[in-house]
Structure formats: C-alpha cells, structure tokens
Design a protein around this ligand. Sequence first.
Ligand code: ADP
Ligand code: MG
Length: 362
Amino acid sequence: MNQIACARPFRLPAEASPLGFRQRPHRVLLEVEGLSKRFRRGEAAAVERVSFAVGEGELLSLLGPSGCGKTTTLRLIGGFETPDAGRILLRGRDISQLPPEARGIGFVFQDYALFPHLTVLDNVRFGLRRMGRAAAVARAGEMLALVGLADLAARRPHELSGGQQQRVALARTLAVAPPLVLMDEPFSNLDATMRVETRQEVRRLLKAAGSAAILVTHDQEEALALSDRIAVMEAGQLRQLGTPDEIYRNPSSAFVASFLGRSNIVAGRAEGMAADTPFGRLPLTRAANGAVQLAVRPEQILLEPDAAGAATVVGREFRGHDQIYWVQDGETCMLVISGPGAPMAVGQRVRMRVCDCVAPVG
Ligand code: ADP
Ligand code: MG
C-alpha cells in the first residue's frame, strides 16, 4: 500500500482529556460516584464502580450491548435498586438513601405505564395532584400543547398510536418540571420511522422544558442522533464518556470503536502522534508508543481502481446513498464505505489510501 499524506488533521478540543473521562459538564446536576451493584454472590457485578456527572439540561445516553448494566445503573439512580457501594448526588445533595418518590427525578417507563381508564388529560394531571384542580388542568393542558396533543386530551390511551402514547408519558413526567428524567429504551415499542421522528421530538421537548435526561439505549444510531454526550458501557463498567463526535473520532478501545459505528482494526507501530501502518505512516488522534491496534473507519479508506493494486474487491453492497465494499489485501479483509459515484465491481483490483487521523485502541 502507498505512503499517504493526511488531508484532514483532526484536533481534540483543548479542554477535553483524550478519552473524555475527566470531562465534566459546565453546571453539574447529577453526580454518580463509584456505583456498584451485584445481584448474586459469586456472579459478576451488574454495575461496577461507575462514575459520571450529568449537567443541568444535558441529554446523556447510556449505550452498550444487552446485559451490560444500563438498566441497573438507571434503576440505581432512580432509587428502584439499592447500591452495594457508591453515592448519588443531585445538585450536591446525597439522595442515595431516599425512596424513588422523594428524589425529585422523573421516570419514563418502557411501556409508558399510562392509566388505561383515564383520559389523556387526566393521565398528565395525575402527577399534579398536589396542585389545585384548576391549576392542574391548566398545567396539563399546557404540557399537552407542548407535545402537540392538545386536540386529543379527551381520548383514552388505547385510542392513540404508540408515538402519541410516548408523548403523553413524557408530558406527564415533564409536567412537574423534574430537573432530571430517566428513560429506559423509550423508543423500543415504536416502528423504525416513528422512532426517528419521535426521538428528535423528545429531544426538543426535553430542551424546551430545561430538564436533563439519562436515556438508556442499545442503539448506537439513536445515541448519536439524540445525545449531548454518550457513556459507553461494557460488562458493568463505563468504558468511555464524551460527545458523540469525540467518541466516534477517538474511541478508547476496540470495543468502543466497533460498538459506536464500524471499524477495521489493523496492527501498527506507534511513535508519539504517528504510527506506521499497512497504509503507510498515519497521524494519530492521541499519542501512543510501540505495537498498537488502530481503528480505521470504513469511510476513512479511499478506494482507487489500480490494475497493479495489491488488493481486490471481494464483495459489494449497494445502499443508495453509499456503498459498502469488502476488500481483500493478503490475509486481511477491510470494510470500506464510499460515496455513490463510479461503483467498483467485484474482482476489481484496487489501491487503498487513508486520509485521516486514526485512533490507537489497544
Ligand atoms: P442492560 O439494561 O444493559 O441490558 P441490565 O442492567 O438489565 O442490563 O442487567 C445487567 C446484568 O444484571 C445482567 O447480567 C442481568 O442478568 C443482571 N440483572 C439485572 N437485573 C437483575 C435482577 N433483578 N436480578 C438478578 N440479576 C439481574
Ligand atoms: Mg435494559
């Protein structure tokens, strides 16, 4: 493969630590310190020494594969589980020992938990029992207008679509203006199109209400589209925390590189901010030394037809806006994503170039 020059040098923002762990939000709302939970003795911990902070009004996703401890982390914060160790502070106050209803945190359940016999308006009004009746009706009406359901106030939940039920549940939670809302896979009951529409709507509503939220998801696209920051979990532990862009650009491990987006992992030899790789000498997103594994994103590889090229296209998938190629080069098979122009046929000899910084991930 050819020696290349890097066309687009990538720099981390000065205030960010390389992996984001020390990065703290501007105005801290919630602090989770060393949270651990083991359900059964002798079994692996469901959550192990998890620490992070959420800012006022911030939208944070907990992202990771099934069973990695996302729901348990959320339930610990909500007070539905008791931690073995660790503390939870809301605006500096230790709420670890308080029951869920005394924490001042809103919760949107996966199944929305709407009351089937109550109207939409009364469902939203439910959390406002302590207000006078007139004030509660006015507030519930306001919330329904905010989520675009004012016309459906008299309906019952079964007369609504899944997306509308989701918005009623959110309106009910936001009606009491909680500083923090917890949501566990809130879009999993919606079909694909509804999911895309509803998640942007939910983001807008949370921002309009000024509430922060922690959203659990196993869907990387959802986390990328919705979050201010993402916390990636694996096997009960927090692996990386940062903005979607930071984590995508500079994943801390091969696991994170492959869970958030797709990656080719190639071997190289690093020396500070550069490494010798099968693609020639490449700049790195952060310093490393010695033998390293590098994450090369499929869209970072440029394919050029070259009859004398060492690599061969062995597979192709047309996706409209782009295409996926599998390119064999000796022992290794690389995944390449390129734009729709000038498609290459299977069997075509090619040259691969990388024109970007790559992340050392191991
Ligand atoms: P996720 O939400 O990321 O899929 P969970 O937090 O639900 O993961 O689960 C993490 C681990 O804890 C899993 O191994 C799961 O089986 C276990 N677990 C969760 N809840 C309980 C429970 N109530 N009793 C025993 N084990 C549990
Ligand atoms: Mg879960």
